[in-house]
Design a protein around this ligand. Structure first.
Ligand code: G6P
Length: 358
């Protein structure tokens, strides 16, 4: 059944492997080959009528929202803010005149996110929940809801729900954008991505080896990138922290020199994500500065930006969709680090799958 581990040692690995199927489910439900998008018209009308989008989420869903912000702004030209629900709930930012809220939540039950939705409802604003659990609390209480179609996610560390949230936000941004001006067919791009993810999950040995060599015995690790890659860095660090207990930090590569560089010692792992042509050279420069202090550098790079000596090469895709690919090797690095440390990958200490307290 869907909630059976089958031959997998841990749910997390099964869920990482399901990511190509998750993308295909999104394509089947929401897109067609002629460039059409099948999302309720009322939702699209309300997004278009908004002068600003407010994405509200927690944890990994928040990191998916940081990608969504770029998609809505750069594809659809709609100003977008992303907020942590636990912060927004008690310190509501000043809102625009016509806000529209998007709640991202795998479980649909996160208490902090629900608190915000209740506040928003009281103020009479419209909202859309993107969730993996139909009929969940945030599904029921929002104006609109759309399913992530990722299938049950059981491992505490979220993987396929992130990919589904990024994918569905891309579909929504594409739906409200001027598609002629964008000049690409999202259905084709996402199909390529499903194939690309399959290639990554079919090559697990490489990442297991890297995890064993670089991370299993390390006290700490850093992930860096610029633009959308900085947001994937945050997610990569979170994944490593939550299941392997290696202290990890992800951040915008340009910030290294403002503090974190002081932590680089001989052998400190630094993983650089390089998928954005505008900033690839700058990130390489930042990485080189860590190497000059003895870091153990590892690059995850899109093929068209790759150079001699790069480590992990991703297939070329639409640059803003690259998180759907680049996140996967970081999930596998976290998985194999946890495994290598002999930990319970699916049930990390102190954490819950769904946090229903504030
Ligand atoms: C918990 C889970 C995370 C998840 C977060 C938000 O901390 O362990 O994996 O990202 O809650 O959950 P949600 O269901 O709202 O996406």
């Amino acid at each position: 059944s869907e909630t059976d581990k089958g031959t997998y040692p841990f749910y997390m690995l099964k869920e990482i492997d399901e990511q190509p199927i998750v993308i295909r489910h999104l394509i089947e439900k929401y897109l067609d080959s002629e460039g059409g998008v099948h999302v309720g018209q009322a939702i699209l009308d309300d997004i278009k009528a908004a002068d600003r989008l407010y994405i509200v989420a927690a944890g990994t869903s928040y990191h998916a929202g940081l990608v969504g912000q770029r998609l809505f702004e750069q594809w659809a030209g709609i100003p977008t803010e992303v907020h942590l629900s636990s912060e927004f709930a008690y310190e509501q930012p000043l809102l625009s005149e016509k806000p529209f809220f998007i709640f991202l939540t795998q479980s649909g039950e996160t208490a902090d996110s629900r608190e915000v939705l209740q506040n928003v409802n009281e103020q009479g604003f419209k909202s859309l929940t993107l969730t993996n659990v139909e009929k969940s609390t945030l599904w029921r209480e929002a104006t609109y809801a759309l399913p992530l179609l990722a299938g049950p996610e059981i491992a505490v560390a979220s993987t396929k729900a992130y990919v589904a949230q990024v994918g569905l936000q891309a579909i929504l941004a594409y739906a409200v954008a001027d598609r002629e001006a964008l000049g690409f067919n999202l259905e084709q791009d996402l199909s390529k991505i499903a194939v690309g993810i399959q290639g990554i999950v079919d090559d697990k040995e490489t990442l297991q080896r890297v995890a064993n060599e670089m991370l299993v015995e390390s006290r700490n690790a850093f992930f860096i990138g610029r633009g959308v890659d900085s947001t994937v860095s945050l997610e990569a660090a979170l994944k490593l922290k939550e299941i392997s207990y290696v202290q990890a930090e992800g951040f915008a590569a340009g910030e290294l020199k403002h503090g974190t560089l002081a932590l680089i010692e001989e052998g400190t792992p630094v993983v650089a994500l390089i998928t954005q042509s505008k900033t690839a050279g700058l990130v390489r420069g930042n990485l080189a500065e860590t190497q000059a202090r003895g870091s153990r550098a590892y690059t995850i790079v899109t093929e068209n930006l790759a150079k001699e000596g790069d480590d992990y090469i991703l297939p070329n895709v639409n640059e803003l969709l690259s998180p759907l690919l680049s996140v996967v090797p970081t999930q596998l690095l976290a998985y194999y680090t946890s495994l290598g440390r002999g930990l319970d990958v699916d049930r990390p200490r102190n954490l819950a799958k769904s946090v229903t307290v504030q």
